[in-house]
Design a protein around this ligand. Structure first.
Ligand SMILES: C[S@@+](CC[C@H](N)C(=O)[O-])C[C@H]1O[C@@H](n2cnc3c(N)ncnc32)[C@H](O)[C@@H]1O
Length: 312
């Protein structure tokens, strides 16, 4: 129940190129699979961040056994600059983000992420803030529909939101099983056999944990923290996440002058703060997908920090 198979480890190491004496941030520590791989690749120091207290408990034990090589910080990777500062670190050689939830989070019914096993409708990665049940029982119909549509890319979002409103008028929706059944009664299984509840659960989870807002903050924090030549590697599992990473890197890897329409002379020279290590995404190979189906939708993007100042 506590296992999580890390995704695309060799591809991540090929990007980060851990070096002796280097300092690396694993912003999504989970069960530490990637962090361990970075520690084993060279004489590095790794700072592992996670917002999940269960990940922190296990990470702290690994940290104690690492001989001072692995340090665990509880918090959001969007706040990594402040977290690292409190540990006395102002600059690092690599940042990894392996987004989304871990297998132990999904597999533990009590965390409320899974529609397969019944549990309380929680879905918080950390123990703080409103739960999925709070949101499902309080949000207006239009807001629910927009969230399910935009974050779940669910075309039946309006029908599902209506069904939730009708169900909660009878009694509050408090269990993952109840929510899944409300959706299954309204939406048929697709031809590929994917459970009709999949997209709605993903949307609510992304919303509850502000995953897209965190990603924007994390990318910007990495831009500040990385030393020239430092590497950024981001694995995403969702097209909205991947788009944010792609647009961020495209913006930061683009140089050139900012030219005003009214004043056709270069106003401000913008130097690229990142250079792409590879154009486009790096995908897992077929062998990995065959042993770990979760890898199927993984997309890795990677870039190297230049010595230009932070773009914004
Ligand atoms: C896919 S798992 C990472 C697995 C990890 N790479 C490993 O090898 O075990 C994602 C982890 O990131 C954490 N996480 C997600 N978003 C976070 C955020 N904004 N700040 C801190 N941790 C976050 C989750 O709690 C989860 O443990």
């Amino acid at each position: 129940m506590n296992a999580h198979t890390p995704i695309m480890v060799s591809e991540v190491l090929a990007v980060l190129k851990p070096k002796d004496g280097g300092i690396y941030v694993d912003g999504t520590f989970g069960r530490g699979g990637h962090a361990q791989a970075i520690l084993e690749a060279a004489a590095t120091t790794v700072f592992g961040i996670d917002r999940d207290p269960a990940a922190i408990t296990i990470g702290a034990e690994l940290g104690r056994r690492s001989g001072g090589k692995m340090h665990i910080l509880e918090g959001h990777f969007g706040d990594m600059r402040a977290l690292l500062k409190s540990a006395g670190v102002a600059q690092v050689d690599g940042v990894l983000l392996d987004l989304g939830v871990s297998s132990p989070q999904l597999d533990d019914a009590a965390r409320g992420f899974s529609f397969r096993a019944d549990g309380p409708l929680d879905m918080r990665m950390s123990g703080d803030g409103p739960t999925a049940a709070d949101y499902i029982n309080q949000a207006g119909e239009e807001e629910l529909a927009d969230t399910i549509h935009d974050l779940g890319e669910e075309r039946h979002a309006r029908r599902i939101a209506r069904a939730i409103i009708e169900a909660r008028a009878e009694k509050p929706v408090m269990r993952t099983g109840e929510l899944a059944n409300i959706i299954r009664r309204k939406v048929r299984k697709s031809k590929d056999g994917i459970d009709p509840a999949t997209r709605t659960f993903m949307a609510i989870r992304i919303h509850i944990n502000d995953e897209l807002g965190e990603l924007e903050k994390g990318l910007s924090a990495a831009e500040h923290l990385l030393a020239p030549g430092g590497k950024l590697a981001v694995i995403s599992f969702h097209s909205l996440e991947d788009r944010i990473v792609k647009n961020f890197l495209r913006d930061r890897a683009q140089g050139g002058a900012g030219v005003s329409r009214h004043m056709p002379i270069a106003t401000e020279e913008k130097m690229p703060s990142f250079k792409l290590i590879k154009r486009g995404v790096i995908k897992p190979n077929a062998a990995e997908i065959s042993v770990n189906p979760r890898a199927r939708s993984a997309r890795l993007r990677a870039a190297e920090r230049t010595d230009a100042p932070v773009a914004h």
